[in-house]
Every structure is written in structure tokens, then in C-alpha cells.
Design a binder for this molecule. Structure first.
Ligand SMILES: Nc1ncnc2c1ncn2[C@@H]1O[C@H](COP(=O)(O)OP(=O)(O)OP(=O)(O)O)[C@@H](O)[C@H]1O
Ligand SMILES: N[C@@H](CCO)C(=O)O
Length: 357
């Protein structure tokens, strides 16, 4: 029997200024996976975990991402889901063709999209029939901040938090990621152990309205900043003043982005941040100047500007004048000898989808 389906997951921009680890927007650039399962394919027994992976030539990471099922982030995640449910490997004859336009390590949620796609893949090939809420639990065992994951899975403009866990649940969640993936990291050798099932409903989320006149200009520098490094430069504690500064802006921003007409005098100051952007300037040359390079006064149509996720991409929200806004920011990066690409993106409201063929 042959089964086939397509998984499609949007990229995402997290934080949106004051919403560190809280806000995310699913955006119109999609990771896709075409999956065919042909159980009559005898050759597939020699595939890694019964699975063969190829990336389209135009994919980001075409030459660097691992193609072994127990090493690639998407399939490793799917194997984690399967093994949690006592299924040791992919069904015989699984073939994946992956197209990934999301640049890696740039702040557009490439790993979030890969994890969401992997969990969906595991649920589908294992015929586990998880709903999105349950799939979020598996995602949050792997990527442990909910902003990119929730936006990529649910789509649109999303706020999320991790709920308090009971001591027994904490134990399961506190297991180091190396152990969650333990029997996958031993070169494909299957130890037969099943990882612990994630606690139920780890993440809570809410989709906000969004004024569709607001578009997202993403200016993408040509260098990577890993999320781990970008989190590593943040302080362990903050002053009350800085926390209150962000909370006040967050409370305004989530509604300001729904109002019509969008009000730059409200949105621009509400997108200021004191929890992550000031510290990340050590990894992104010229960041403070770049964030000040466009304002609603200098550029008609500009509503607000921030670092996208862990960076180095810059996200500008605007209603018009997109080319000029992008050109100004690209010019600022050029002063630091950094070349950029840019994209005009819109909200991906559906989030992650699966189409069975
Ligand atoms: N489609 C993919 N296939 C395989 N591996 C991927 C894929 N997408 C991302 N990855 C892995 O995730 C890494 C990037 O993750 P990282 O969290 O550092 O950045 P990001 O998710 O792009 O940015 P941010 O979290 O700030 O939005 C890549 O270097 C690669 O190892
Ligand atoms: N909230 C996360 C997003 C990147 O994954 C961060 O800023 O580190």
C-alpha cells in the first residue's frame, strides 16, 4: 500500500519587542515536507530507521543539514514522538522530500518550524491522531520556549505561556534534552528504551486579532546567530524597572496591533524592549543604531521595529513604503559590512497544515 501526504509549516517571528518568550507571529514562508510511504519498497530496509530524506536544491541548509533520520532535526523529532508511543522507527519505505526556504539561525523560527513539522510527521506516520494541542506538548519538550512553536503550529499572532507543572510532571520535563533524544544520539542504535511521554497541556496559547493592513518586512543579514548563543548573553535577573517597562508595553501592543487604523504613536513606543535586545547587541553589530534607523517620523507607513526572535533578522511592521524601509535598514547593516536579503511577509493564519493525498 502507498500512502502520501504533505506537511506545511510557516516560519515565525518571536518576541515582537517587549514579548520575550511570549509573542510570536506565523509568517508566509513555509517549510514543506512531501512524504510517501511505500511498504513494498524492499530497499528501504537499508534506509536509516526505514526513512530516506532529500532536500530540494534551493533549500536553506541544502549542503549542511544531516540526511540521516536519527540526526536530522525534523526526523529525529518524529522518531522521538514515535518512540514515546512504542513505535521504534518509521514505517517501511518512508521517503521525505523537504523544501526549506526558512534561513537557518537568523531569527525566523527555522528550528521551531522543523520541530513542529517533525511532531506532525511522527503523529501522521504513526497514525497517532494527535490534535494540535497535544502536538504542542511534544514540541515543547524539545524547543522549550513556546513563542515560535505556538505561532508555527497555530498560525497568526499568538501569545503563549508554559503552565505550572506538578512535581511529577516537572521530573519528566526536566530530563535533559540529550536524554530525551538518548537512544537516537547513539548512531542509530536502538536501545529499545521509550522516552517519557510529555505532560499534558504544557503550553497555553491565545490567538489575537491582527489588523491585516499591517505587513511584516523582514531584513535578513547574511550571518547566523544560534538561538542558544543569543540566549546565553542574557542576564539571569532583571530590575523591577525593566520588567515593568516591558509589561506595560506588552499590555498595549497586543491590542494596538488589532486596531484600525493602526496607530504608529502607540505601536512604535510599545515595541521597545529592555529584556533581550540591549544584550544582544554584542552579537549583532550596530543593533542599537539599526533599531533607531527608521521611525514613523522618518518613514511614512512604519509602525514599529524590533529584533526578530533571537536575531539577527530585523522585523519592521508597516502599512506602506516597504522598499524604502528595507533599504534604510539594509544600508545601516552595510555600514558594518553586512549584506542582507529582505522579504515582505504577511500573516500565516492557518499555522501548520497537513494534506493527505
Ligand atoms: N528544515 C530544517 N531541517 C533540519 N534542521 C533544521 C531545519 N531548520 C532548522 N534546523 C536546525 O536548527 C538550527 C537553527 O536553530 P536556531 O534555533 O539556532 O535558529 P532559528 O530557529 O532559525 O532562529 P530563532 O529561534 O531565533 O527564530 C539549524 O542550524 C539546524 O541545525
Ligand atoms: N524567544 C526566543 C525566540 C528565539 O527562539 C528568544 O528570543 O530567544
Amino acid at each position: 500500500m502507498v500512502r502520501s501526504f504533505e506537511i506545511k509549516v510557516p516560519c515565525s517571528s518571536a518576541n515582537i519587542g517587549p514579548g520575550y518568550d511570549v509573542l510570536g507571529i506565523g509568517l508566509s514562508m513555509y517549510l514543506t515536507i512531501d512524504c510517501t510511504i511505500d511498504s513494498a519498497n524492499i530497499d528501504s530496509i537499508s534506509y536509516n530507521n526505514n526513512c530516506i530524506i532529500e532536500y530540494t536544491k534551493d533549500s536553506e541548509g541544502y549542503e549542511s543539514v544531516p540526511l540521516e533520520a536519527d540526526k536530522n532535526l525534523i526526523t529525529k523529532t518524529a522518531l522521538y514522538v514515535l518512540r514515546c508511543n512504542n513505535i521504534r522507527s518509521f514505517p517501511t519505505g518512508t521517503k521525505l522530500t523537504i523544501n526549506n526556504p526558512i534561513p537557518l539561525g537568523r531569527g525566523l523560527g527555522s528550528s521551531g518550524a522543523a520541530v513542529v513539522a517533525g511532531v506532525m510527521l511522527g503523529s501522521e506516520v504513526g497514525q497517532l491522531d494527535f490534535d494540535k494541542q497535544r502536538m504542542l506538548d511534544f514540541c515543547l519538550m524539545i524547543e522549550r520556549h513556546p513563542d515560535n512553536i505556538s505561532a508555527a503550529m497555530m498560525g497568526g499572532f499568538v501569545g503563549s505561556f508554559l503552565r505550572d507543572l506538578s512535581p511529577a510532571e516537572v521530573e519528566r520535563r526536566e530530563i535533559p534534552l540529550s536524554e530525551v533524544f538518548s537512544d537516537l544520539s547513539s548512531g542509530g542504535e536502538d536501545t529499545g528504551l521509550s522516552p517519557p511521554l510529555p505532560p499534558q497541556d504544557i503550553g497555553r496559547h491565545l490567538k489575537y486579532q491582527w489588523n491585516e493592513k499591517i505587513k511584516c518586512v523582514a531584513i535578513i543579514p547574511n550571518f547566523e546567530v544560534s538561538t542558544a548563543d543569543s540566549r546565553g548573553v542574557l542576564p539571569k535577573a532583571y530590575t523591577t524597572n525593566d520588567v515593568v517597562f516591558n509589561l506595560q508595553r506588552l499590555s498595549i501592543l497586543t491590542t494596538a496591533l488589532t486596531l484600525d487604523p493602526p496607530n504608529p504613536d502607540l505601536i512604535y513606543p510599545a515595541m521597545q524592549d529592555r529584556l533581550h535586545q540591549p544584550y544582544r547587541k554584542t552579537l549583532i553589530p550596530g543593533l542599537p543604531q539599526i533599531l533607531q534607523s527608521v521611525t514613523p517620523k522618518t518613514h511614512k507607513g512604519l509602525l514599529g521595529i524590533c529584533l526578530s526572535g533571537a536575531g539577527p533578522t530585523i522585523l519592521a511592521l508597516a502599512t506602506e513604503n516597504f522598499d524604502d524601509i528595507a533599504a534604510e535598514i539594509i544600508n545601516e547593516f552595510k555600514k558594518k559590512n553586512i549584506e542582507c536579503d529582505w522579504k515582505l511577509l504577511t500573516l500565516a493564519d492557518d499555522g501548520a497544515t497537513i494534506i493527505r493525498k
